[in-house]
Design a protein around this ligand. Sequence first.
Ligand SMILES: [Zn+2]
Length: 139
Amino acid sequence: MAMTSETSQTIPNRVLGLYDKPFWQLLAETRALHLQRCGSCGAFRYPPGPVCHECLSPDYAWTAVSGGGSIMSWVIFHRQYLDLYPAPYNVVAVRLDEGPIIISNLTGAEPEGSWIDRRVEMVPVPIGAEILPRFALVR
Ligand SMILES: [Zn+2]
């Protein structure tokens, strides 16, 4: 693979799984998070997949979730890997109120002290032609 010297803020090409496309389409169209919700037991799942992790049912519907959650872990990267993420930058693991864990970035103000269990809400952030789901502290 050839290296490029491009420094514009572009998102690296996504490697989409078989079930990922609706997640990104619905986010772009509605600016809200949608997850697969099991048609049998009601469990939400993420990342998208073919069957429910609770009951193995293949039935699901893409369903809007609140976008609210709590930080369960975070890290500050001090090394830059991508042009879009100049160091230092954070990565957070957010447990959504509906259960699934999503890896993202905290945008805006950072908490003082521990970040664990801080309430956050999803913020759709436009980057070029894409929308990324990031999170901001709830005041
Ligand atoms: Zn289920």
